[in-house]
Design a protein around this ligand. Sequence first.
Ligand code: NAD
Length: 361
Amino acid sequence: MENFEYDVQASRVIFGTGKRKKVLDELQNLGKKRALVISTPGREKLALEVKNLLGDCCAGIHAKAIQHVPIETVRESLKLVEDQGVDSLIAIGGGSSIGLAKAISLQTSLPILAIPTTYAGSEMTSVWGITENGQKTTGKNVIVKPKTVIYDPELTFTLSPHITVTSGMNAIAHCVEGLYAENANPIISLMAEEGIRSLFKSLPIILADPNDSDARSQALYGCWLGSTVLGAVGMALHHKLCHVLGGSYNLPHAETHTIILPYAIWYNANHVPEAIKIMARAFGCDEKDTAGALFEFTTSLGVRTSLAEIGMKEKDLDDAARLASKNPYYNPRPVDEQSIRQLLELAYKGTRPQQEVMNRQ
Ligand code: NAD
């Protein structure tokens, strides 16, 4: 057993079908009685349901969250918080709603109760982000980590099959990189393995029947585990590549994660034998073919599997390799421009990764 440190800020988690109805009890558990309900414009109906459940404990609905948390929205929200005497924030929705609540909490220290409705996984982390003049600044602060999270699988039934799969793959990516994180530890690795297994099992079932209640629960459970992993340990090459490709070439977030993950595993495979063993167990495949097995899994789910298909230009691959190897995150296999260029070439074409190919390098 290797030495490790385990440092996780506790959150209270309530999981189960219909559990959003506990929102008032949970707000009172936090000792609060005047919550602002935050959502994106698209989830306003849900915000209204929460408002009705809260009765007099609701200070109002703020359905103005948008992607990447623009500073203007944060300023407007802070004014509302002050004017309405708000003592707590309830974020219902995906990463954008939770992101706005975090930005408000960063300034006010107000506690957040999150009710996630997507698989993005912001709810279990202390990472915040705010965009000003087109530049997104991110940081970590335990203040912004939601104190209570209610996972109600019923709220995810409306996620389209395509978003379910790609966003579910994003959650698998949190688990995979958690297995070989610089600060990996045995508890988080248990969660990561269970998260991968849950998502591997549930995503194909949801694709066949988006209203399968058991599979929706299992997928959300896997995403909770993925979010916990993301909040507890550092990420590596896969996340760096996705940030570069999303930030510099405007590629779609969840689909980029879906496409890159098999190649990130391929790249690291020989340097992380223990993590590969766990992945193989969770994927149900041969240890020598974890990357290939994941590639086949995504192919079987009918999503796009090459960067070319989602708009990457071949002429940008050299530049992307340079950007991704500059200031790299920790990664178990050293990162160099030439090897990353090779990875990107495979991902661009959507070539099935073969672990033996890498072994010969
Ligand atoms: P989002 O919150 O913008 O939601 C995407 C769209 O889906 C919105 O229009 C929303 O109204 C809609 N939606 C939400 N729930 C739905 C449902 N159940 N059914 C149908 N439609 C639904 O996006 P997201 O993908 O949830 O989150 C992405 C954002 O989260 C990014 O900005 C990313 O940077 C951030 N993020 C942050 C962290 C962190 O730790 N801080 C972690 C992961 C993601």
